[in-house]
Design a binder for this molecule. Structure first.
Ligand code: NAP
Length: 320
């Protein structure tokens, strides 16, 4: 059976997810349908989703071993440079779709199979490593700000836990959209880097100079009360993750008195990814990259993401 190198969940470990990571030979990706194609991966990036998978969140034991990775840029069978849209039709899933590495093998491999309609052209002016940051974290942040958050002229944005992939994307995109952006981080070094991106950095829980119209929440229990307190009347609190706990206490009086909207969101549409690719290429936006790690050292990349010290995306170079 033809084989390729891949990084995969070999088992689940809720307490020590890094111990569940396997790196080694896996079978070439199969094509569940005739419209699927195989892409040679050039660059990918890690997401907290990969850590959740190693912990056993969103996967079941009968799906193991599962190749990890949601994001990739690569070369299609016709030799074109493509960005992969990672949301795949999945009839058995209650959502009707799944993200690569949930039902179908992910992108942390030499090759990945996807439906042909999930391939978008890599725009001129975007490198493979930059574009590999966009399909999950940056797409999520783009949808949070635009479609869900409906951030408007003259409005302001608060981003919680600004070191993460989604959060740094929301800061960079919010600034590029011309909004006043506030961002919290527990770490003084990260607060300094947030300031360099053009946002106002704050310690977690700090009082803001104004109430904001859109809150970008990926932290959850540790920050949600501050998100509620910082929200202006009619504000939108958009939630796409809960790294620090998914069961916060919610002050409902504040929700109805301030007429707040709490909106859940996940990933984005192919059209939103096309918009985002165009926006980044046009405005010469380079995703915030924490580090680029060769695939031969993919374990180090996971260790770095798991440490929580990252600022921006951890990218994997599959050509090295
Ligand atoms: N729904 C979707 O489509 C989607 C897509 C992408 C990601 N996500 C989810 O969004 C979340 C963020 O993922 P990510 O990969 O961008 O980043 P991440 O690695 O989960 O980091 C998020 C940030 O959370 C903050 N944080 C972590 N623990 C904290 C705590 N105890 N108290 C306060 N802050 C804490 C940290 O900020 P500081 O160190 O700066 O304080 C960290 O940089 C994850 O839960 C992920 O599953 C969802």
């Amino acid at each position: 059976m033809p084989i390729m190198r891949a990084a995969y969940a070999s088992r689940f470990d809720a307490d020590n997810p890094l111990a569940a990571l396997g790196v080694g030979d896996r079978p070439e990706p199969a094509h569940p349908d005739s419209d699927w194609v195989t892409v040679q991966v050039r660059a990918s990036s890690l997401n907290h989703h990969d850590i959740w998978s190693l912990r056993g969140v969103g996967l079941s034991a009968d799906q193991l071993p599962m190749i990890l990775g949601c994001d990739a840029v690569g070369t299609d069978p016709e030799g074109r440079q493509v960005v992969i849209y990672p949301v795949v039709p999945t009839p058995g899933d209650p959502r009707g779709v799944s993200i690569l590495s949930e039902h179908f093998p992910g992108t942390l491999a030499e090759r990945v199979a996807v439906p042909r309609m999930n391939l978008l052209p890599l725009p001129a002016g975007l490198s493979a490593t930059d574009a590999a940051c966009l399909p999950t974290a940056w797409l999520t942040a783009w949808r949070m700000l635009t479609t869900k958050g409906r951030v408007d002229e003259g409005e302001s944005v608060l981003v919680q836990g600004a070191g993460g992939g989604v959060a740094t994307a929301a800061v960079a995109l919010g600034v590029a959209l011309g909004k006043r952006v506030y961002a919290t981080s527990r770490d003084a070094g990260k607060r300094e880097r947030i300031t360099e991106l053009g946002a106002t950095a704050l310690e977690p829980g700090a009082r803001l100079p104004e109430r904001v119209d859109v809150v970008i929440e990926t932290v959850g229990a540790a920050t949600f009360d501050h998100s509620l307190k910082s929200a202006a009347p009619m504000a939108r609190i958009v939630v796409s993750g809960a790294t620090a706990g998914h069961e916060p206490t919610v002050n409902l009086r504040r929700v109805f008195a301030m007429q707040l909207e709490i909106l859940g969101t996940s990933m984005g549409t192919p059209d939103e990814l096309t918009e985002l690719l165009g926006f980044c290429a046009e405005h010469e936006i380079h995703p915030v990259v924490d580090s680029v790690v060769p695939f031969s050292k993919v374990e180090d990349a996971f260790t770095r993401l798991h440490s929580g010290d990252v600022f921006g995306k951890v990218v994997i170079d599959h050509t090295a």
